[in-house]
Structure formats: structure tokens, C-alpha cells
Design a protein around this ligand. Sequence first.
Ligand SMILES: *[C@@H]1O[C@H](CO)[C@@H](O)[C@H](O)[C@H]1NC(C)=O
Ligand SMILES: *[C@@H]1O[C@H](CO)[C@@H](O)[C@H](O)[C@H]1NC(C)=O
Ligand SMILES: *[C@@H]1O[C@H](CO)[C@@H](O)[C@H](O)[C@H]1NC(C)=O
Ligand SMILES: *[C@@H]1O[C@H](CO)[C@@H](O)[C@H](O)[C@H]1NC(C)=O
Length: 291
Amino acid sequence: MFTFVRIISGIMISSLASGLAIPTLERRIIGGYDLPDNAAPFAVHLTSTTSDGSQFVCGGTLFTDRHVVTAAHCVYQPNGELYLPNSITVGYGSDKLSEQLSTPAIKITPHPKYGTTFEANTTVTVNDIAVIEIERLPSNKSVAPVRRFSGSIPVNSELIAVGWGTQVSNNSVSTLAKELKAVKLLVGDQQGCQKFDPTYVDANGPRICTLNKPRPGNSTCKGDSGSGAFVIVEGTVYLAGLDSQGGRLNDPTCGTADGYTLFTNVGYYLDFLNEVTVETINEINLASISP
Ligand SMILES: *[C@@H]1O[C@H](CO)[C@@H](O)[C@H](O)[C@H]1NC(C)=O
Ligand SMILES: *[C@@H]1O[C@H](CO)[C@@H](O)[C@H](O)[C@H]1NC(C)=O
Ligand SMILES: *[C@@H]1O[C@H](CO)[C@@H](O)[C@H](O)[C@H]1NC(C)=O
Ligand SMILES: *[C@@H]1O[C@H](CO)[C@@H](O)[C@H](O)[C@H]1NC(C)=O
């Protein structure tokens, strides 16, 4: 079923100023469209429970059979502490939340330099990337890791962002999607993007910026945080970005013509991702040779 007003922006809403998720929301998609079943077997849903019992939601992407990549701001509690691994549940195996299987996080590794910068009255979340290790999930049609994109991303490239975030710009929890949504966004130019990220040069740096102007009403929104944004090259889907921050300037409202989304550029952080996954492999090897 096609729902027109749905995905505005995944996870980006203003919650970033504090580097945190918003209770039960983060960002989500407005406008956009429903994905066919199993179109995104790498997309996972994250539910986190804080030490005082509040719940937050985010998205993530399987990039190996035992690693999820998400935004770093999704793995910190509002009090600034990292979530304990078993307080983050990874939902996988279906676009429909009600049909997902789940597995607890085993280990959480945020980027060591995750944080925020404030410049020209604009707060930007930097190094907003984290890896969640889970038990190994063998692949099938509804569960599979995605390839990571490492090529160049020109202005006006199309990114397909996904998420289970809010579907209207008022960020009401009642509008969180129960089925995965997707939205096509266009990479912005330096001039348009510097308003939201003063140091932005292009989409080959640490962040990829998309602007709503060409397609107002289509955006990520709260609850989409951490979810993937993808490029399709010769029919193959690649993970390019992670929903990090968005809305309008200093305002979390999603989907307006003057709005934007900043995605962490996965291709820029391949060394970090490789380091974390190699560490896991070493741990497994060590364990297997222990008496
Ligand atoms: C920052 O905001 C203040 C107060 O709104 C304004 O006076 C100032 O011009 C702004 N500075 C920049 C660099 O935009
Ligand atoms: C697909 O694989 C997952 C584990 O990766 C498993 O839990 C699930 O049952 C499998 N689904 C089917 C239909 O085989
Ligand atoms: C947000 O929008 C939804 C759907 O249009 C509506 O049902 C809800 O009352 C709105 N919430 C607020 C706080 O405006
Ligand atoms: C928003 O996305 C939908 C679905 O992809 C599309 O039909 C619609 O034309 C888009 N809106 C604009 C203004 O491009």
C-alpha cells in the first residue's frame, strides 16, 4: 500500500545537539514509499532501553554476518553513558516490525572521536558512526549483509534512505512506521549544504548532505537515525550513508523545502569499520585456540 505522507527524514532531528536520541523517536521518513518485501534484508531496527527504563528507537544496517553499523548517537543514553550491550535489541529479518526476529547486542563500539561541533550558530554531529556486534546471522532472502560504497558521490546523486521513523513532520510517536519506508533524496551542493554544515565541501568527506529543496515533502525524520542511505550502481545496492542529523536549520521539523539531512559517509570510515571487524575475527581466533 502506498502512503504518500510518510518518510520525511530518518533520524536526524534536532536530537543531535545533545548527541542523543529522542524518546521512542529519532528521525524518520516523510513522503517516500513502502519497500517490497525483502528489498532491504540488511536493514535492522534498534530498540534501546536506558537505565531508567525509557526506550529509544533507531535503525542500522548489517554489513557483515555479525556486525551492524549505525549512528554513534544511537548507542549513547541521554545521560551520556554508552548503552550496555544487552540493553540494545536488534530486530532483523523483516520490513515489518511485528514480524522481526531479535537478538541482543554483544559489543558496542562507537567511533572514538564521536561528538558535536558548534560553528556559525550551527551544531554538527561528527564521526557519528558505531558498530554493534551480534551473534552470527547466516544469510537468506530476508537477512543479508550489504556492500559498502567507497566511490565518489557527485552533487545531485540520488540516495535512497530507509527507516522506520516518523511519517509526519510533527514527530509524533504515533506516526512511527511499522513497515520499512524508503525515500529518494538528492545530494546537495557546497553552497546549499554549508548552511547546515559550515565545513562541508562535498559528499566525499566525512558527511553526505542532501537537500529537500528539489523534492519538498520527501525527507528523513525522527526515528530514522542510524538507518542506511544507499546508492545503486549497475543494479547492485551499496550502503553509502548513515542517517545522522536533519530537519531545518536548528529545528527538527522534517520535509520542508528549506530542510536537509546529513549522513555519515560510510566510505570515509572504512578503516574504522575494518578495524572493528578485524578485532572480532581475532577474538574469535584467540577463543578457538584457547584450551
Ligand atoms: C548567530 O546568532 C546570533 C543570534 O541569533 C546572531 O546575532 C548572529 O549574527 C549569528 N551568527 C552567525 C555567524 O550566523
Ligand atoms: C533467515 O536467517 C535468519 C538468521 O540469519 C534466521 O533466524 C531465519 O529463520 C531465516 N529465515 C528463513 C526463512 O529461513
Ligand atoms: C501529529 O500528526 C498526526 C497525524 O497527522 C496527528 O494525528 C497528531 O495529532 C499530531 N500530533 C501533534 C502533537 O500535533
Ligand atoms: C516524493 O516522493 C514520491 C515517492 O517517491 C514521489 O512520487 C513524489 O513525486 C516526490 N515528491 C517530489 C516533490 O518530488
